[in-house]
Write a new protein. Structure first.
Length: 153
């Protein structure tokens, strides 16, 4: 019995497909590589409307967001070091585990906000509205709460 199977010479299309496969396969493992989903903002955004946003692990370090609105936003795990957040609205905001040193939150509206496990040290939280805010396990060493409202009901 004679074998009539004959190898054909590779076509140009075959070479193109092999080239694409060689390029794509080494990078295939990166498709599932996690990337940082945190938002880093520097500079100034006074009186910005950032309400109803999901921005976990946001970094506002050294920024000026005075008078801005973060109502109903998720900023859990955020870093606010040396930021000006005075007169800012955080009504019903989710601020679980936020971190900051020297943060200016004077006159801020934090009513009904969740600040569980927050660490805001040496910060100005004076004249702030913290009615019904959840400060469970918060750490506020050296922070100023003078004239702030902390009623739970």
């Amino acid at each position: 019995m004679r074998d009539n199977t004959r190898l054909k010479r590779p076509t140009r299309l075959t070479y193109i497909c092999l080239g694409l496969a060689a390029f794509m396969l080494p990078n295939a493992g990166f498709a599932q590589t996690p990337i940082s989903t945190s938002v880093h903002i520097s500079g100034s955004c006074k009186q910005c409307d950032l309400s109803n946003r999901s921005m976990p692990r946001i970094s506002l370090q050294g920024s000026d967001f005075s008078g801005s609105d973060f109502s109903n936003s998720n900023l859990s795990g955020g870093k606010f070091h040396s930021s000006n957040l005075s007169n800012t609205i955080f009504h019903k905001a989710y601020l679980l585990g936020v971190n900051g040193m020297g943060v200016n939150l004077s006159n801020a509206n934090l009513r009904d906000a969740t600040l569980t496990n927050a660490r805001l040290q040496n910060s100005d939280i004076s004249n702030a509205d913290l009615k019904r805010a959840d400060l469970t396990n918060g750490y506020f060493k050296g922070s100023n709460f003078s004239h702030s409202s902390l009623k739970s009901v």
